[in-house]
Design a protein. Structure first.
Length: 363
């Protein structure tokens, strides 16, 4: 089959790789119908995630169809259409039993495109499938659910829930990329008084307004802190959500927050950031960090099915799966292309694994 393979910092290729197969009784093999690229993939390509070894297939977000299953699978059938989440759960360890699946010690957690081969491929092996994938209602399209694989639960859990957004709050979201916009979308579920989106790119701030931000601030001239203070009577934001992953944006969040407020860091940091305890200690500020656990994925899928959330606006660019290299170019140059999320759409393939799939489903 073909897949997008990481070959070290700055090096990637769409190339022929061995077909995946069931290795454990709890595995399935999924034909990838739709996939997408994450900002974390760009961090990997920069060398910010050294655990990812050259030769690894990238990608941790996909919608697919089950084409093979291990003997231990009890809740999935061949032909089932499923969301393959960025987080895998063994279902047995202490952390999985606490719904902290991102910390799974039984072989799960964030493994796709990280510790095992990922989902930017024609087919993928999915471990612990009974406890790690989600059946998709027939009435929902791929694009309606694809972003549940990562950005929506990430922004909701690590940003909105960890930041304890409440009705009437002023929520400052630093970064209006896909994660920041997902934070805008899901923060609205709690009816805050003001959602403030802060970025350096006017086109992304336009998207933020479309997603529901009440106030947008281009911080190119360093006005964000003064603007938020003016909005809040010199108190500061109740919640500041960091959605970029740079030292500057993290420090900005700590400057935006009111005494007693909450800073929720969502961004993936590749470099150290300074924690100014000399100014924060006396202000009773809570700072949270975390990796998504995806325990809210069923809840968010229900909201989409009921028409209460519409994530399809994230899909700004679409490419055939075979053009994943071009999709990376577009996504990586978002300042020029204005890409939010690219959708990689699979086409029928004629290799041996397709013949095996057809045999498995009785075609």
């Amino acid at each position: 089959m073909k897949a997008l393979v990481y070959h070290g910092p700055g090096e990637r290729a769409w190339e022929e790789v061995p077909d995946p197969a069931v290795e454990q009784p709890t595995d399935v093999v999924v034909r990838i119908d739709s996939s997408t690229i994450c900002g974390t993939d760009l961090h990997i390509l920069k060398g910010d995630v050294p655990e990812v070894k050259p030769g690894t297939i990238l990608g941790h977000e996909a919608v697919g169809t089950v084409v093979e299953k291990g003997t231990g699978i009890g809740t999935l059938e061949l032909g089932d259409r499923v969301l393959v989440s960025c987080i895998t759960s063994c279902g047995r360890c202490r952390f999985c039993k606490e719904r902290r699946y991102g910390l799974c010690t039984g072989g799960g957690g964030w493994i796709f495109g990280h510790l095992i081969h990922g989902l930017q491929a024609e087919y993928a092996r999915v471990p612990f499938a009974d406890t790690s994938v989600y059946k998709i209602p027939e009435e929902l399209s791929d694009e309606q659910v694809l972003f549940l694989a990562d950005i929506l639960p990430t922004a909701y859990e690590v940003g909105v829930l960890a930041g304890r957004v409440e009705p009437g709050d002023t929520v400052a979201i630093v970064g209006a990329g896909p994660i920041g916009l997902a934070a805008v979308l899901t923060a609205k579920l709690y009816t805050p008084a003001h959602i403030v989106a802060i970025d350096l790119d006017d086109s992304r701030l336009e998207h933020a307004r479309a997603f529901g931000a009440d106030v947008t601030i281009n911080n190119g001239s360093g006005i964000a802190v003064a603007a938020v203070m003016e909005l809040t009577g010199d108190l500061g934001a109740d919640v500041a959500i960091e959605a970029v992953g740079t030292p500057e944006t993290f420090e900005l969040c700590t400057e935006l927050i009111r005494p007693g407020g909450r800073v929720a860091n969502v961004g993936v940091h590749g470099h150290s950031a300074t924690l100014h305890l000399e100014t924060l200690w006396i202000r009773d500020v809570t700072i949270t960090t975390g990796l998504v656990d995806t325990f809210t994925t069923p809840q968010l899928m229900k909201l989409i099915a009921e028409g209460r959330l519409d994530p399809t606006a994230f899909a700004t660019h679409r490419f055939p799966l075979r053009d994943t290299m071009a999709a990376y170019d577009a996504f990586g140059d978002a300042a020029r292309t204005h890409a939010l999320k690219v959708v990689l759409e699979a086409e029928p393939v004629g290799h041996e694994l397709m013949e095996r799939e057809q045999a498995a489903v009785g075609v």
